[in-house]
Design a protein around this ligand. Structure first.
Ligand SMILES: Nc1ncnc2c1ncn2[C@@H]1O[C@H](COP(=O)(O)OP(=O)(O)OP(=O)(O)O)[C@@H](O)[C@H]1O
Length: 296
C-alpha cells in the first residue's frame, strides 16, 4: 500500500487534567471518504486541529501524505480545510473572499468553482458580513472543493445547510472521490455519513472505540427480523444467533439476529413462512447503542 493520506500514531492531547484525545492511531487511505463521529466533546475538533498543525500534540505524531503534520507549510499545500464555524472577512464580497481563499490554497479549478457557486446558489455580489451561517459555510465549502486539493478536511461541514444544499454537498463529496481526493469529515449528521463515507471512526471521550466500513458496522449489530406464517410459527428458542424473541399473535414472530443467519433461516424455512421482513439498523441506531440516548 502507498503512503496514507492521513496517519496518526498514539496521538494524544491533554488540556490540563482533561485528556481530550487519548492515544489515537488511525490511517486514512488516499481516495477514501472517512467519517469521524462522536458526541459533543468527544475530541473530533481536537483531532482535526492536531492534523492541521493548529495545536501541538501532548504525545504521538501525525502525518499528511507522509509528511509531518507539524510542517504546516508543506502539509497545507496538499489540503483544504473547512472549519466548523466559518468566519469570513465581513467587508469583502463573496467573490472577493473566494478569490482570496483560492490564492491561499493549493490551486483552483475555476470552471468547477463557478459550477459549484451555481449549484450552491451563492450570491457572490453581497458583502460576506451579510451572509447567514449557512451561506458562510457554503463559501468555505465551495472554496475547498474548488481547490481539488488531494485532501479535504471538513469539520461538521453541513451543520448549517438546508436539505437541498446538503444534497449538493453529497454530490461534491462524490465528485471529490471520483477525482481521487481524500475526504476526512467530522459530523453529527448520521444520514450524511451513511450516504457519503466509505469508513467511519467512532470517538468516545477521546478514545477511538470503532473503525469500520458502514456496511461492517451494520453487520456488527443486530438485524431485526419479523415473519408471519401460514400455520403455527416455529419454536426458535435456542436457535444460534436468535435473540429477543417475541411472538406477535398466533402466527407471527419478531426477533433480532446476531452473526450468521443460516440456522435461523433453516428454522424459518421448515415452517410455512408467509411474509418476512429483515431490517438493518441505521447508523443512527448503532450510534445511539454506543452512547445511549444522550448522543447527538
Ligand atoms: N483549548 C482548549 N482548552 C481546554 N479544553 C479544551 C480546549 N479545546 C477543547 N477542549 C476540551 O476537549 C474536549 C474535546 O473537545 P472537541 O472540541 O475536540 O470535541 P468535539 O468532538 O469536536 O465536540 P463537538 O461535537 O461539540 O464539536 C472537550 O471536553 C473540550 O471542552
Amino acid at each position: 500500500m502507498g503512503v496514507a493520506a492521513l496517519c496518526t500514531e498514539n496521538l494524544s492531547k491533554r488540556y490540563g487534567r482533561l485528556l481530550a484525545l487519548d492515544d489515537l492511531t488511525l490511517d486514512v487511505a488516499p481516495g477514501e471518504v472517512f467519517g469521524f463521529l462522536g458526541p459533543n466533546g468527544a475530541g473530533k475538533s481536537t483531532t482535526i486541529r492536531l492534523l492541521l498543525g493548529l495545536a501541538r500534540p501532548t504525545s504521538g505524531r501525525a502525518w499528511v501524505f507522509g509528511g509531518d503534520a507539524a510542517d504546516v507549510a508543506a502539509a497545507h499545500r496538499r489540503l483544504a480545510y473547512v472549519p466548523a464555524d466559518v468566519a469570513l472577512w465581513p467587508r469583502m464580497t463573496g467573490a472577493e473572499v473566494l478569490d482570496l481563499l483560492g490564492r491561499i490554497g493549493p490551486g483552483v479549478d475555476t470552471v468547477y468553482r463557478d459550477e459549484l457557486v451555481e449549484r450552491f446558489a451563492l450570491d457572490l455580489a453581497k458583502p460576506a458580513g451579510t451572509y447567514s451561517t449557512g451561506n458562510r459555510q457554503k463559501v468555505a465549502l465551495v472554496a475547498a472543493f474548488a481547490t481539488r486539493a488531494p485532501l479535504l478536511v471538513l469539520d461538521e461541514p453541513t451543520s448549517g445547510l438546508d436539505p437541498l444544499m446538503e444534497l449538493e454537498f453529497r454530490r461534491a463529496v462524490a465528485a471529490a472521490r471520483d477525482n481521487g481526493q481524500t475526504v476526512f469529515l467530522s459530523s453529527h449528521q448520521l444520514a450524511e455519513v451513511e450516504a457519503v463515507c466509505d469508513r467511519v471512526g467512532i470517538l468516545s471521550a477521546g478514545r477511538l472505540v470503532e473503525v469500520a466500513s458502514v456496511a461492517q458496522l451494520r453487520r456488527l449489530h443486530r438485524t431485526e427480523v419479523a415473519a408471519t406464517f401460514t400455520g403455527a410459527p416455529p419454536d426458535l428458542t435456542g436457535v444460534p444467533g436468535v435473540d429477543g424473541l417475541h411472538s406477535n399473535g398466533a402466527a407471527a414472530v419478531r426477533f433480532t439476529l446476531n452473526g450468521p443467519p443460516a440456522a435461523a433461516l433453516r428454522a424459518l424455512a421448515d415452517a410455512g413462512v408467509a411474509t418476512i421482513a429483515v431490517r438493518e439498523p441505521s447508523l443512527e441506531e448503532i450510534f445511539l447503542a454506543y452512547y445511549g440516548q444522550d448522543a447527538r
